[in-house]
Write a protein that binds this ligand. Sequence first.
Ligand SMILES: [Zn+2]
Ligand SMILES: [Zn+2]
Length: 281
Amino acid sequence: MLVGLPAPAVIGKTAHPVRDSLRQALKNLAAYALDFFLPRLCVFCEAPVEVTADTAVCGSCAEGIPAVTSPLCLRCGRLFPWRQGQDRTCHICRQEPPPFAKARAAVVYEEEGPTGQAVKRLKYGRRLEYLPVLQSWLRRPACLELASQAGVIIPVPLHAKRLRERGFNQALLLAQALPGVVLRDTLRRIRPTRPQTGLDPLARRGNVQGAFAVTRPWEVEGQNVLLVDDVYTTGATVQECARVLRAAGAREVNVLTAARTAPPGVAKAGFGGRGKVTPGP
Ligand SMILES: [Zn+2]
Ligand SMILES: [Zn+2]
């Protein structure tokens, strides 16, 4: 929605509060009128978007966004490549249970698909028009249900240097779209890390080891914490965060991400309809 810019400060003899506020009101009215008459365009394909749509995504692009559906791992949320059968605990979680109770995501991350585009354009291109799109994924019923069980919501933090470069922490902006208490500085990234992209699973673990610290343990002690991030890939980052939160006294940590990677072909396998979410247990 277009919003009129604040009126420039007026100094000296030209100051006229009534005239200036009237001018401002007219500007706002013009902006709203423009917004009403000019159709919003889809952030993916630039087709006009229906006025009733929640976000600037057209119906056809919304259909192409693959939802996370069963069967998945009850613990880590991994999507099984064989799209038949029930949810169950995967062999990796059975061998080495993760420090979180469960991890869930809204949509499947496809590097070349709309979900990959949205995440990368927001994060690396600083295209904030994609933020409401990612936030809308997190407002799906299965995600809201997980959020409703949490005592506090904690975003995966960025290191101060990375935050200065990017200007925002996408995980915090996503956490703020959820109902609940968001603690923004309780978990800190105390050591800068290399981007996880391009690293193998073992290198990813090493890269984030010792990178996080809980600055105010009393805020998480005995709490059910929901950890929020944009994408779940190998889970190395959220596992390290969950480990540190548990060590600080958190009773339980669950993980919610807007998107997660899946075995090749899963997103295209036609497993229960794109754009819909089957809530995980
Ligand atoms: Zn579109
Ligand atoms: Zn698992």
